[in-house]
Design a protein around this ligand. Structure first.
Ligand SMILES: Nc1nc2c(ncn2[C@@H]2O[C@H](COP(=O)(O)OP(=O)(O)OP(=O)(O)O)[C@@H](O)[C@H]2O)c(=O)[nH]1
Length: 421
């Protein structure tokens, strides 16, 4: 009897620019190496110059960010977004690779589950993902969504939200960060760990206290207002808000601290120093806890959504198939020859449509054999089977195999237009 195996956990590091994502990735990467559990590393930041660790998959190997900016006359953020979009069109290949390396298949996978993972596959317990510093470009873009939901369809996926602790020590910057974390949690719908980084500079105890005791937060807010430091970044320098304007802000933060009580309950909080390595073990304990939570609470919901999407897709295919058949006037006329009913031209259009789809898919980087054998749509072959049922089945299969989702389709068109696939 094969020993049951926990699938590797995907840890996606997000955080504002300069919060220390890359340094944190480097730290947890070397920690895992020291425990002989080498992770699988993915870099999704196309604009980073040097990455201080080895990546197994690097967006920079597929997309040249500088070239994208030049070619499309884009600024830095547009360049990152476009690079991510282009990379997301290859998500099938990325997943296939991850599944091969880890021996795990997801519920949406086209691959068969392996009988027994090899020792190499078993060794990968974590997949680490570094993201661009322009957090919104990743979290709020369709490509970020595709990358995250694809990962989560195969692996327990956890978001590590990295916070620059010294720069979050005032009530206003703390609350801004919490608001951001909250929006990411509700956008991604994945379990989240708040990583208060740089604890060698500033201890994260204050943040933990503010998250568990709203009275402590309100007391800190009052103190800042009295000392005139309200609105500063680090809670000690001169206030960023003019006297008098802090009244509204103060009461807003006060109310938010009450509203966020429920949100805080869904989070794990750890203090880490990526510089010294302090707190890294706590982080991995939180990861294990969140991975269990993912399997228990998030996965059924994701599977449910996946099943609903599949059903909607199937219904749409059926409708399209029905429409196509009635357009071709083929329903229930099993004796008439297809050629005489529709004429050569129509057949040729249909075949070329299918070929177009195949071409689209190839431009998206899928290997030809996965797109379907061109012989399937050979006109001679189609002529041979004069029964409607055969043709109907073929169309159905063609739609199943080749009709991308609306999302895929828009990406396919996008890539085609950009001629970058
Ligand atoms: N003292 C201290 N500094 C840190 C720590 N972690 C990161 N830093 C510093 O913070 C700065 C930013 O770190 P990065 O790892 O480049 O941050 P990032 O979030 O990847 O930055 P972007 O790539 O711009 O998004 C660097 O100067 C790091 O040396 C830490 O735990 N303690």
């Amino acid at each position: 009897m094969a020993e049951s195996r926990k699938p590797p956990v995907a840890i996606v590091c997000v955080g504002m620019a300069g919060s220390g994502k890359t340094t944190f990735m480097q730290r947890i990467n070397s920690y895992l190496y020291s425990t002989k559990e080498a992770p699988y590393v993915i870099n999704l930041d196309p604009a980073v110059r040097t990455v201080p660790f080895d990546s197994n998959i690097d967006i920079r190997d597929s997309v040249n960010y500088k070239e994208v900016m030049k070619q499309y006359n884009l600024g830095p953020n547009g360049g990152i977004l476009t690079s991510l979009n282009l990379f997301a069109t290859k998500i099938d290949q990325i997943l296939e690779l991850l599944e091969k390396r880890t021996g795990v298949t997801g519920y949406g996978s086209k691959q068969e589950a392996p009988a027994e993972p090899t020792p190499e596959q078993r060794r990968i317990q974590h997949i680490l993902v570094d993201t661009p510093g322009q957090i919104e470009v990743f979290v709020w873009s369709a490509s970020g969504d595709i990358l995250l939901s694809s990962l989560a369809s195969t692996f327990p996926t956890v978001i590590a939200y990295i916070i620059d602790t010294p720069r979050t020590a005032s009530t206003s910057t703390f609350m801004s960060n919490m608001l951001y974390a909250c929006s990411i949690l509700y956008k991604t719908r994945l379990p989240m760990i708040l990583v208060f980084n740089k604890t060698d500079v500033r201890d994260a105890e204050f943040a933990k206290e503010w998250m568990t005791d709203f009275e402590a937060f309100q007391a800190a807010l009052k103190e800042e207002q009295e000392q005139g430091t309200f609105g500063s970044t680090e809670g000690s320098e001169a206030g960023g808000y003019a006297q008098g304007s802090s009244g509204y802000m103060g009461s807003l933060l006060n109310s938010m601290s009450l509203v966020f009580e429920e949100f805080y309950r869904h989070l794990s909080v750890v203090g880490v120093s990526s510089m010294t390595g302090q707190g890294v073990e706590d982080f991995f304990e939180a990861v294990a806890q969140k991975a269990e939570e993912f399997e228990r609470d998030y996965k059924p919901e994701l599977q449910n959504q996946h099943a609903l999407r599949e059903k909607a897709k199937q219904d749409r295919r059926d409708r399209e198939l029905g429409r196509m058949m009635s357009d071709m006037n083929m329903e229930g006329s099993g004796t008439t020859s297809k050629k005489s009913r529709t004429g050569r031209k129509e057949d040729a259009e249909t075949i070329s449509d299918l070929e177009d789809e195949e071409e689209n898919a190839e431009q998206m980087g899928e290997p030809a054999e996965r797109i379907g054998d061109p012989d399937d749509y050979d006109s001679e072959d189609m002529d041979e089977g004069n029964d409607d049922e055969g043709l109907s089945t073929r169309y159905k299969r063609a739609l199943e195999d080749h009709n991308p989702t609306q999302e895929d389709l828009s990406f396919a068109r996008y890539v085609q237009r950009a001629s970058m696939g």
